[in-house]
Design a protein around this ligand. Structure first.
Ligand code: PMP
Length: 350
């Protein structure tokens, strides 16, 4: 605490990201992709003309938005890009959720959402998950100044169908519904096709997971022109150039390589199902997952003990020391060899 901090900054509780360890560990704690990005990325990096860097990048990121629009079957004016979807989310909270009525969000979801609420002074209410650890969409009908949830949800892994989200949007018409699709490419169903019918729907996505570009920091939002314009108003009052030249070119190359993308997602999903079977054989309860991670618990061991045992054996997973989540581990899907090591380490512990 410093006397130089603004009063509002003194009151913040910042988000704590998963550790990026210095020692060599099998790293299954931040839902990164175990496979490298498209080989086309290598070509872009090798051929990039460094003299370009003396110029500012395109503040509107038009070429990248055009590419994302093609991939998602929308118009470039329905696409917004930013420095990771965390940044896009932050701008969206400011653009849409600073309202009189509270923002609604699941009680268990991406833990950055309440942090943004604190940052912007947004009042929020949480909705309990149902007894199958699924987000209860019906509860979002309550009076609200906005709705946000991750679909599929993190860290639980369950995703709702497009139809279920469509019927939520039939009921919630007067506030923005933000669907965070960070993990949708690993078996979820995207709500993007609903944006033409629902001007209050904003879908966010990222190249960090399914495109193997967490280090690049590239996220996006897709929605009606009026929502995109709202995001642009905030962005242009904050940072004119959130996406640098190199990030833009690398992202375009990755997005153009559909075959590599599909192949990586399929491999991750196959490894996920193999891992599920192995963990169930060790008596773990494994929640159904449409993501690149598994949320698991063991009837005989506390989450913290399993986390510590794995770490001693060189495997890093994520443990949330929070009511309701304490028993669980969130395990990102690595390569087949990494998951075999994880299973071996757990077998030794339990
Ligand atoms: N949404 C969810 C649900 C996430 O888990 C993450 C990754 N921590 C993000 C958004 C942010 O991803 P990024 O900023 O890398 O795009």
């Amino acid at each position: 605490m410093s006397r130089f901090w603004s009063p509002a900054v003194r009151a913040l509780t910042p988000y704590v990201p998963g550790e990026q360890p210095r020692e060599r560990l099998i790293k299954l704690n931040t839902n990164e992709n175990p496979y490298p990005p498209s080989p086309r990325v290598e070509r872009v990096l090798a051929e990039f003309d460094r003299t370009q860097l003396r110029r500012y990048p395109d503040p509107d990121s038009l070429a990248l938005r055009q590419t994302l629009a093609t991939v998602h079957g929308v118009d470039p004016e329905q696409v917004f890009v930013g420095n990771g979807s965390d940044e896009v989310l932050a701008l969206a909270f400011q653009a849409f959720f600073c309202q009189d009525a509270p923002l609604l969000m699941p009680a268990i979801s991406y833990s950055f959402y309440p942090v943004y609420c604190k940052l912007y002074g947004i009042d929020y209410r949480t909705i309990a998950l149902d007894d199958r650890w699924e987000v209860s969409l019906e509860a979002f009908d309550a009076d609200n100044g906005g709705v946000i949830f991750a679909n599929p949800n993190a860290p639980t892994g369950h995703g709702h169908s497009r139809q279920a989200i469509g019927s939520l949007l039939e009921r919630v018409r007067d506030s923005v519904v933000l669907v965070d699709e960070a993990y949708v490419d690993f078996g979820g169903e995207s709500a993007v096709p609903l944006i033409d019918e629902h001007p209050n729907l904003l879908v966010t996505g990222t190249l960090s997971k399914s495109r193997s570009l967490a280090g690049l920091r590239l996220g996006f939002a897709i929605g009606s022109r009026e929502l995109i314009e709202g995001l642009e108003r905030v962005k242009n009052s904050f940072n004119s150039y959130p996406v640098d030249m190199l990030a833009s070119e690398v992202a375009i190359a990755a997005l153009d390589d559909e075959a590599h993308f599909r192949d990586c997602c399929e491999r991750v999903m196959a490894t996920r199902e193999w891992s599920r079977r192995e963990l169930e054989a060790l008596s773990f309860e494994v929640l159904p997952s449409q993501t690149n991670f598994l949320f698991v618990r063991h009837p005989g061991y506390e989450g913290a003990a399993l986390f510590a045992g794995l770490r001693e054996r060189g495997v890093l997973v994520r443990h949330f020391d929070r009511d309701g989540l304490r028993d669980f581990l969130r395990i990102s899907i690595g390569t087949n060899d990494e998951m075999k090591s994880l299973v071996e380490a757990l077998r030794a512990i339990v």
